[in-house]
Structure formats: structure tokens, C-alpha cells
Design a protein around this ligand. Structure first.
Ligand code: GLA
Length: 382
């Protein structure tokens, strides 16, 4: 139902008021995984899946949130201070953070609808947070510059939802440009846009293995990598994040690190370098170099960071000899979710079909495969 008229009507019927409507996209990360919280580089793009949020004021001071996807409406007496481990934590978290920033939050009704696949590593959470933030800010007549808005939404997820994610997802959701990937310096929160050529499609292949940032593996990897950083910092006091470490630093003090920690850190430091190199390759139009970097990134993520699974490794391997492939890797937080395949546009439909067939034959599950293009960041729909 990506039909805004139907969505507007749905809100009107339920809440009896004409809403303002906002859209926030999902994202795919081309390269640079688990580097954001280490203040390194990432290079995501927004995709043509989105969360819509419709908002209208209420006179009773309450907050009503209806999700068409959940088929559920929740009514709150006002801003909540703590999460309840339900889907409403994402929108309510944003509202709570805005209230904490000193904004007076009036009563409102919010309708949510999304076609961003859930639990697939395509940032359905960030899309929900950012769509809510734009809606509530418009209602109260306030606004934030892109990077600050992304930070607010990240705080909602860190402090209210309780998921220890970095800044990548919210940042790309807010700041994406159509037909571009965005190389983000997660320390400076500055970025460079790199055009994705017209002849290249983003083919996203869902392993159907569920992914979650709130689950145990994501924070475990984060802790393991940070332990290696602490070892380097004990020798080089200027070091705060893995962003400050070189591969040579990791070698120098490897003996003092848990073997696992060393490997996790090696992935992060090298993947951040690969993200920068991938941006240079994209700017030069050097698709061969980009494909090579994606392959290296996948195996670093799988072997050193241990964040892949048999299904994702197979999805990457099945893509290798298919016509039109530029590069393939597991994307997002890991432990399931989707692979991103950069594929020549003319070959994309056949590629998707052949990849799906190979995967179905091997695992007995038909994977969802989407041929996407890089899309715009969050915005109001008139
Ligand atoms: C999830 C998190 C991001 C980032 C990625 C891994 O998507 O939300 O902050 O850490 O995993 O690159």
C-alpha cells in the first residue's frame, strides 16, 4: 500500500483529522560494518522502502499511536519515561528524547505504516524513529539540522529502546540523496556523497534468517572489539576509539589481547579503511576495485568478526559467477539479514532469479530478493 491517499484516508477515518505525512527510508550499507561506534567510516545508501508517519493534534493531551503493520493502537496519557519492550518504544523513545530536550509535547495521533522488511538488517527501526521525529517536530513547529536530528533518533534507540547501536542508520535515513551512497565520517559527522552509476542496481537478498541489534551478539562483538582498543589505549593514551588505532598498533600489542578481541578489532580497523577506499573507487567509477573491496569486507566480517552465518556466506558465494555481479557481501548488523549485491542493471532481474533459485535449492527457503535503487532521505509528503 505505498499509496499516500489510502494512508491519509486511514488516518482520517481512525482519528477524524487531516494529518501531515512524512516518509523515512530503510537503508543498505555498501561497506563499513560495526565501524560507526568505533568512530570510523561507513558508506550506506537509502533504499526505496519506507516508513510513513501521519500526525494530527488531539485536544485531550493524550498520545495515540496506531501501527498498520502491527494492527494495533496504543493510547498513552502523555510522554512515557521508560520503554516497555514493545514496538511503541521506537516512536515513544523519540518523543521522550524530544521532551528531554525541553520541547513541550502536546497530545497527538500518529499512524504508522512501513514496507521496510523487519528484522532484516535494513534499518526498519531507524526509519520508524526518523519518521516519528519529523512528524512530531512539524507538529510543534521545531526543526534540527540533519546530523543533530540523526543523533536525537540514535539516542532514542540507545537510551529508551536499550539497543546500543551507532549513528549510521539514523544518519543515512535523514541525510541520503537519490542515486548516491554517502561516506560518513562517524567522528566528525561530516560526509561525502558518491554517485552510484545509472547502470548499477542494488540487489538486496534476504537470507530470511532474523537479525536484531537488540539481541546478544551485536553488543558482544562491540565489547570484544572495545577490549582490544583498551589494550592499545593503555600504551598510547591518545587512543579512545578504534578509529584512533592502526593495524600496526593491533599487531604491536596483539599478545596482550584475547585472540577474539584482536580479530574483531582487525575487522573494524580494516573495514573503515575499506569504506574510504570504496568511496574513492565509486568516485572514479572503478567498479572492479569496489567489487574487490566488498569481497574482502565480507570475508573479514564473516571470519574475523564472526558476524555471518552459513546462509549469508552461501548467498554471497552463490552470487559470484552470476552474470552482472560487481560485488556481494552481508550488510547491516550481522548474524542474518540481507546481502547487498551490486549488479549491472540490465542483468539484475536474471541475477535475482538465479540467486533465489540457488538459495532455495540449498536451504529449502525462498529468499526475498529486491532490486532497489539509492533513494532520498526522510522528507514531508505534501
Ligand atoms: C546496526 C547498527 C548500526 C551499525 C550496524 C553495523 O545496523 O544499528 O549502528 O553498527 O549495525 O555496521
Amino acid at each position: 500500500m505505498h499509496d499516500v491517499k489510502v494512508f491519509r484516508q486511514m488516518h482520517r477515518q481512525r482519528f477524524g483529522a487531516d494529518p501531515m505525512i512524512f516518509a523515512a527510508p530503510g537503508r543498505v550499507n555498501l561497506i563499513g560494518e560495526h565501524t560507526d561506534y568505533a568512530e570510523g567510516f561507513v558508506m550506506p545508501a537509502a533504499i526505496n522502502f519506507a516508513t510513513l508517519a501521519a500526525i494530527s493534534p488531539r485536544s485531550d493531551g493524550r498520545i495515540a499511536i496506531y501501527s498498520e503493520n502491527q494492527g494495533e493502537e496504543k493510547l498513552f496519557e502523555g510522554v512515557q519515561r521508560k520503554g516497555t519492550k514493545q514496538w511503541t518504544d521506537y516512536p515513544m523513545g523519540v518523543v521522550a528524547i524530544l521532551a528531554g530536550e525541553g520541547h513541550k509535547i502536546p497530545g497527538f495521533s500518529l499512524t504508522i505504516w512501513s514496507d521496510v522488511p523487519l528484522a532484516s538488517g535494513l534499518s526498519s527501526s531507524a526509519a520508524l524513529e526518523v519518521a516519528t521525529a519529523l512528524a512530531v517536530l512539524a507538529l510543534i513547529g521545531a526543526s534540527y539540522p540533519g546530523p543533530a536530528l540523526a543523533k536525537l533518533c540514535q539516542r532514542a534507540e540507545n537510551e529508551f529502546v536499550g539497543a546500543n547501536c551507532g549513528i549510521m542508520d539514523q544518519f543515512i535515513c535523514v541525510n541520503a540523496q537519490p542515486n548516491h551512497a554517502l561516506l560518513l565520517d562517524c567522528r566528525a559527522l561530516s560526509y561525502q556523497l558518491a554517485p552510484i552509476p545509472d547502470h548499477v542496481a542494488l540487489v538486496i537478498a534476504n537470507t530470511m534468517v532474523k537479525h536484531s541489534v537488540a539481541g546478544g551478539d551485536y553488543p558482544t562483538r562491540r565489547r570484544e572489539s572495545e577490549a582490544a582498543c583498551a589494550v592499545v589505549a593503555s600504551h598510547r593514551p591518545g587512543v579512545k576509539f578504534l578509529r584512533d588505532c592502526t593495524l600496526q598498533d593491533l599487531e604491536n600489542w596483539r599478545a596482550e589481547m584475547e585472540p577474539k578481541s584482536y580479530l574483531r578489532a582487525k575487522h573494524i580497523v580494516s573495514d573503515s579503511l575499506r569504506a574510504e577506499a570504496a568511496c574513492r573507487a565509486l568516485l572514479k567509477g572503478d567498479m572492479k576495485a569496489l567489487g574487490r573491496l566488498m569481497a574482502e569486507a565480507h570475508w573479514s566480517y564473516s571470519k574475523d568478526f564472526d558476524a555471518s552465518c552459513a546462509e549469508a556466506d552461501a548467498m554471497v558465494e552463490f552470487a559470484q559467477d552470476l552474470p552482472g555481479l560487481i560485488g556481494a557481501r552481508l550488510t547491516g548488523g550481522g548474524f542474518g539479514g540481507c546481502t547487498i549485491n551490486l549488479v549491472e542493471l540490465k542483468d539484475a532481474p536474471a541475477f535475482a532469479e538465479a540467486l533465489g533459485a540457488r538459495y532455495a535449492q540449498r536451504f529449502g527457503i525462498v529468499p526475498q530478493i529486491h532490486v532497489c535503487h539509492a533513494s532520498a532521505g526522510a522528507h514531508r509528503i505534501e
